[in-house]
Design a protein around this ligand. Structure first.
Ligand code: MG
Ligand code: MG
Length: 269
C-alpha cells in the first residue's frame, strides 16, 4: 500500500467507474443464479467466467495469494470467505465481494443475499448494514474527514445493537486494490485525513448480528464471527466530487435481479 493518497483525474475516474460497473453487472448475474444447493466454488466459477467474458480480470485472484476469484462469505463468515465445497441452504445469507481490474483500474463492490426463508432478525441486519453504507457515503464530502464516514457507519449500527467489525476496513483504490486512506467502520467525528475532491474510496461496513469479535478460520482466509451469529457486508466504490459523493458501482441492477429471482428473499428492504 502506498503511503500517500492518490487523487484521481476525471479520465481515471471514468475507468474506475467502468470496472466498478462490471463488478455490479457481475453481482447482478450472481443474483440471477443463486439458489439453495449451489456450492460457493460453483458461484466462484460463474464469477470468473462472467468477468473474463467481459474483458476484465477478477483482481482478488492471486492477491496476496488468494486462490479464488471472489470472496464468498456465508452466514457467520464475515468477509474473505474462501470458495469451496460449502453448499448454500435455505435460510442462508451470503456476502459476495468482487473486484475487477480492467484498463489498469480497479472497481470493488460487495452485496449480501438472502436464500429463501431467512429469519427476520438476520434480514434486519442486512437492511441496517446496507443503510449504514449510505450513511457513510453521505459523510464522504469535501472538507469532512475520514473519521466522519467511520462515525456515521458506527453510530447507525451501534445504536441498533450490532457488532461492528474493526479488524477490516474500507480503503482507497485505483491502480491498486488497496490504497490510502484506510476507511474504518468505527471512528471519531472530525478525526483522520481531510476529504478532498477526487478521492476514490470503497466504503464497506461489515456488521455482526451479535458481538463484534471475529476469528480467522483454518483455511487462513475466511473471517468468521466468534459467536457464530451471522454477519452482513455491503460495499460501494465512490468518488468525492465538489458537491458530494458519486457512487461508481451500482446496486440498481443487482436489486432488480435479486427481486426477479424467486430463490432469493428481498423482503428486507
Ligand atoms: Mg470488496
Ligand atoms: Mg474493498
Amino acid at each position: 500500500m502506498s503511503e500517500k493518497i492518490i487523487y484521481k483525474t476525471n479520465e481515471e475516474i471514468e475507468l474506475i467507474k467502468k470496472s466498478s460497473l462490471l463488478v455490479s453487472d457481475t453481482l447482478a448475474h450472481v443474483a440471477s443464479i443463486l439458489k439453495e444447493g449451489i456450492t460457493t466454488a460453483e458461484i466462484d466459477n460463474v464469477i470468473e467466467d462472467y468477468i473474463t467474458s467481459k474483458g476484465g480480470y477478477p483482481v482478488f485472484k492471486g492477491y496476496e495469494g488468494f486462490p479464488a476469484s471472489a470472496c464468498l462469505s456465508v452466514n457467520e463468515e464475515v468477509v474473505h470467505g474462501l470458495p469451496g465445497k460449502r453448499v448454500l441452504k435455505n435460510g442462508d445469507i451470503i456476502s459476495v465481494d468482487v473486484g475487477v481490474l480492467m484498463n489498469e483500474f480497479i472497481g470493488d463492490s460487495a452485496y449480501t443475499f438472502a436464500i429463501g426463508d431467512v429469519d427476520a432478525e438476520t434480514l434486519k441486519l442486512m437492511k441496517v448494514t446496507k443503510e449504514s453504507l449510505y450513511k457513510g457515503i453521505e459523510a464522504a464530502k469535501v472538507n469532512n474527514r475520514i473519521g466522519d464516514i467511520s462515525f456515521a457507519v458506527q453510530e447507525y449500527c451501534q445504536s441498533r445493537g450490532y457488532g461492528i467489525v474493526t479488524e477490516l476496513v474500507g480503503h482507497g483504490l485505483g491502480r491498486e486494490l488497496h490504497e490510502e486512506p484506510q476507511v474504518p467502520n468505527v471512528g471519531r467525528k472530525g478525526s483522520g485525513k481531510k476529504i478532498l475532491e477526487g478521492l476514490v474510496i470503497a466504503i464497506e461496513p461489515m456488521i455482526n448480528r451479535g458481538k463484534k469479535d471475529v476469528k480467522v478460520l483454518e483455511d487462513k482466509w475466511t473471517y468468521a464471527t466468534k459467536d457464530g451469529l451471522p454477519s452482513a457486508h455491503y460495499e460501494h466504490t465512490l468518488v468525492v466530487r465538489k458537491n458530494g459523493a458519486e457512487i461508481l458501482s451500482s446496486f440498481e441492477r443487482i436489486e432488480q435481479a435479486e427481486k426477479a429471482n424467486k430463490n432469493l428473499n428481498s423482503s428486507y428492504y
